[in-house]
Design a protein around this ligand. Structure first.
Ligand code: ADP
Ligand code: ASP
Ligand code: MG
Length: 408
């Protein structure tokens, strides 16, 4: 029998009525002849609440206990989904990550999936049972519960689709597909029928939280057909697929944003071979996720170096830099920290063959008097840092400039 993975996000399982609504969709696919593996998130808001409880209990919390607490949200919805399906006459059983087992590495709080043993699930399918699996979690080599990072149920779902050889992985959420930009920022955002894995990967990693970045990586690697669709309305959603399957050519397919960024500038750094390594080594060791990096042209053997990172990592970055100074590894005359910036990015595979895309982006921002603080580019994206207060304006201006409301 063909198999299907159906993943329901937090808003889709927010209460018992919504779980019933989601279960109705599962039953429909069962009636269509699929063996279904349902992957569920925690009820919306639950994971935030659990994370809050952990932080209020312990500032420098033990990540293994964080995982023990936050994985529990998905356990509740998995059991409730299995019960709801049973009530509807669909034979179903729930499993937590460790019971499958879905094995991870030991990076608690942001673990990576190492393998999924499907022997037990294969057996259960052959007995006529449909599976409900708690998303976001697995078991570490030490035998402890490990979670996959925020939004990780998407990654669980794609991993199960790959391991089970499913025809498709359907991600049910509160929007009816992937849009040209976050529909919460502009009403002009349009749903895309299809988007390439490469573009989706960029959009996700640049802040479009509709899919967790790693889920797109996995889908691309294992060629999982991934669909994003609404659990509240019927519609085709968006198919994430190979670029060869997309007929229309678009220069820019989407705009992503990441709101809570910070920009740090080391002023007048003593410039010498190895200085970048001396700065970014300690930052990496401190767990700071450095994103953009710019080094200015120096003079008198001194230069300025600017980088960006998530705003909540600024204290860690400061500490790492101060320690590196104290240990004599680096020497600079000042540290300028701007905690009020956001990143806006345009993404499109058409950029590979079109000149002038970056210029058009800069001109659109200039016409709204939005100042650009840092720029980075890659083959299919251009990102800029702007003042956070201009984030919405910047996204809207770019959406207009690239005429994304005309995309269908
Ligand atoms: P779930 O709880 O179902 O996993 P998420 O909140 O993680 O849902 O992701 C869905 C949200 O992603 C949407 O409500 C939307 O605001 C946001 N989003 C950001 N960028 C996009 C985009 N380009 N297309 C669609 N949704 C987007
Ligand atoms: N419940 C987890 C979170 O909120 C995982 C998920 O929903 O994907 O991050
Ligand atoms: Mg999500």
């Amino acid at each position: 029998m063909p198999r299907l993975v159906m993943k329901f996000g937090g808003t889709s399982v927010a209460d018992l009525e919504r779980i019933r609504n989601a279960a109705t969709r599962v039953r429909r696919e069962v009636e269509n002849g699929y063996e279904v593996c349902v992957v569920v998130s925690a009820m919306s808001g639950k994971t935030n609440e659990l994370v809050g409880w952990v932080r209020d209990t312990s500032v420098l919390y033990d990540a293994r206990e964080y995982d023990a607490v936050v994985a529990s949200g998905e356990n509740v919805t998995a059991g409730l989904m299995a019960l709801t399906l049973q009530e509807m006459g669909v034979p179903a059983r729930s499993w937590q990550g460790w019971q499958v087992p879905l094995r991870t590495n030991s990076m608690h709080g942001g673990a990576r999936i190492e393998s999924i043993d499907t022997t037990m699930l294969d057996q259960k399918f052959s007995e006529g049972l449909h599976a409900v699996v708690a998303g976001f979690q697995g078991i570490s080599p030490e035998g402890r519960i490990a979670t996959l990072g925020r939004g990780g149920s998407d990654t669980s779902a794609v991993a199960f689709a790959a391991a089970l050889g499913a025809d498709r992985c359907d991600i049910y959420t509160d929007v009816d597909g992937v849009y040209t930009t976050d529909p919460r920022i502009t009403k002009k955002a349009r749903r895309l029928d299809k988007i390439s894995y490469e573009e989706m990967l960029e959009l996700a990693s640049l802040g479009a939280k509709v899919l967790q970045t790693r889920s797109v990586e996995l889908a691309m690697r294992y060629k999982v057909r991934l669909r994003v669709l609404s659990s509240f309305s019927d519609g085709p959603g968006t198919l994430v697929c190979d670029e060869e399957e997309i007929l229309e050519s678009r220069v820019v397919s989407g705009i992503a944003h990441s709101r809570d960024e910070a920009k740090l500038t080391l002023i007048s750094v003593a410039d010498r071979p190895g200085i970048a390594a001396a700065i970014f080594g300690p930052l990496a060791e401190a767990g700071v996720n450095v994103d953009m990096i710019v080094q200015n042209i120096g003079a008198d053997a001194r230069t300025d170096i600017t980088f960006s990172c998530p705003v909540d990592e600024v204290p860690r970055a400061r500490r790492a830099l101060e320690e590196a100074v104290a240990e004599g590894q680096i020497d600079y005359r000042g540290l300028d920290v701007d905690e009020e910036v956001a990143k806006v990015s345009i993404v499109g595979i058409g950029m590979r063959s079109h000149a002038g895309v970056a210029h058009k982006m800069f001109a659109a921002l200039a016409s709204e008097s939005v100042n650009i603080k840092v720029i980075t580019t890659s083959e299919i994206k251009v990102s800029v840092l702007v003042d956070r207060k201009y984030l919405e304006l910047a996204v809207q201006a770019l959406h207009d400039a690239f005429e994304l409301e005309k995309i269908s």
